[in-house]
Write a protein that binds this ligand. Structure first.
Ligand code: NGQ
Ligand code: ZN
Length: 453
């Protein structure tokens, strides 16, 4: 494949804006040469060019129910009443529906500046729990949706075996999520076969509620060393209490004591941490997978951001239930939640003079890339060529020097400032429009109308 040469007035590279940067792209990856000088044949991208953001946690099907669970039920609503509504919605979805919903979602992610998604996929079987004729049919729907939209994918088939910490069997509405360890490992193996530049396969354990200790050990013993491992860990206070009652310690503590948690791990919703867990998680090098808009929507609680950062913790962001699909809004709420509780400002910037937006964006790139198990999240030699170009004609960026550009992007916009988006060297969003938008959105409309009927 030939070389394309681009230039940016400012590119976010190695923790800072670099002026007059030349970016070569070949075979979907950056070729960065420090000596390169912009010449006549390079294409100017715009004033501000950033690495694309990895979205480290997604349940794609839930996008189609966003906004449908905000009406009060007969009693106090909670995460658990939302989950019942979600299970009801999930019952109706087959492979074609999932593909249509996921493709629409991934288009929206790209337009918002996410260039990679970690799909935590547990909707495996038919509604009665029996496998489809192709046991990987639902996973395949995700793979095809990502290909159609042109987003990078870390596919995380989820192991889901039990209905609680006590090992009780799956409920009727959870049956289509379930696998034996052997069947699960076969699925993982079959999915790995198609891995390449834009697709990586990892593994996911749904939660300590859904996977018992022996099964965790069996999976970890069987998979390749380099595969990312994701788990929902401590989202709700009742699950922390149940873990304390049945296992004698809190979920994050239990995990850290029971398996070798390191940088390949992503602990999604590591929300409820005591100070010892915060320190130990930070020291482990694992990624804390934070999904602030979903965690707010579901009434989870707040992550101890400041001590975690101070102890060197790694974090990334995900849009999870997709009540919102925007890295800007995730980062904004990550910071604002802390401000509201601490009654302080600029919490995620831990040193004088540091920018909150730069600190959060940079951290989320690094943590998201680690959780994805692939070289993204950076404009660097040999990294996959994923980038976003901001709309520098927006009034929000007028009379802003580079030192305020990131904070203006993260905090001031209500209209997305993302103008053009590239994934693996290919333009998928130009002038805010996705290249396949009308076809994918038409199919989505037909799908959700049919699901509603
Ligand atoms: C999920 N979602 O797997 O979709 C979960 C809810 C559960 C979030 N945790 C189900 N946000 O945890 O049992
Ligand atoms: Zn989740």
């Amino acid at each position: 494949m030939s070389l394309s040469t681009y230039r940016a007035d400012y590119a976010w590279q190695g923790h800072r804006w670099c002026q007059d940067t030349v970016l070569d792209v070949r075979d979907g990856h950056f070729v960065i040469d420090d000596q390169a000088v912009a010449n006549g044949s390079s294409t100017r991208l715009g004033k501000y060019v950033l690495p694309g953001m990895p979205n480290l946690h997604s349940h794609a099907f839930q996008r189609a129910m966003a906004g449908m669970a905000e009406r009060r039920g007969p009693g106090d609503d909670s995460f658990w009443t939302w989950r019942e509504a979600m299970y009801g919605f999930a019952q109706r979805i087959g492979p074609d529906d999932l593909k249509a919903i996921a493709a629409q979602l991934y288009v929206e992610m790209l337009q918002a500046g996410y260039t990679h998604v970690c799909e935590f996929h547990y909707l495996h079987h038919q509604p009665d729990g029996s496998p489809w004729s192709d046991p990987a049919a639902m996973s395949q729907a995700i793979v095809e949706a990502a290909e159609e939209a042109g987003i990078g994918l870390t596919l995380l088939p989820v192991l889901y075996m039990t209905g609680g910490f006590d090992g009780r069997p799956l409920g009727e509405r959870q049956r289509r999520f379930g696998h034996t360890v052997d069947a699960y490992l076969r699925l993982v193996d079959s999915l790995r076969a198609g891995d390449g530049t834009r697709k990586t396969t990892g593994v996911a354990l749904h939660s300590l509620r859904a996977v018992q200790p022996d099964a965790i050990q069996a999976v970890l013993g069987a998979i390749a060393r380099e595969m990312p491992v994701h788990i929902h860990i401590a989202e709700q206070v009742p699950e922390v209490d149940e873990c304390l009652a049945l296992r004698g310690c809190r979920p994050v503590q239990w995990l850290l004591d029971s398996v070798a948690v390191d940088a390949r791990w992503c602990l999604v919703h590591a929300t409820h941490l005591d100070s010892g867990e915060t320190r130990a998680l930070a020291q482990s090098g694992a990624v804390a997978g934070l999904c602030p808009t979903t965690e707010a929507n579901l009434g989870d609680g707040l992550f101890p951001l400041a001590p975690f950062i101070d102890q060197g913790g790694v974090l990334g962001i995900g849009s999870d239930s997709h009540i919102s699909v925007s890295p800007v809004e995730e980062l904004r709420w990550l910071e604002y939640g802390q401000r509201l509780v601490a009654r302080q400002r600029n919490v995620a910037a831990r040193q004088a003079g540091q920018s909150v937006g730069e600190s959060l964006f940079e951290r989320s790139l690094a943590g998201g890339a680690a959780a994805s198990g692939t070289t993204i999240g950076t404009i660097a030699h040999k990294a996959r060529a994923d980038l976003i170009v901001l709309d520098d004609t927006s009034p929000l960026l007028m009379a802003r020097d580079p030192g305020h550009a990131m904070d203006s992007f993260i905090f001031s916009g209500n209209v997305p400032l993302v103008r053009d988006v590239m994934v693996a060297g290919r333009w998928v969003v130009r002038d805010g429009q996705h290249i396949e938008q009308s076809r994918i959105t038409d199919r989505y409309r037909r799908t959700v109308e049919r699901l509603k009927a």
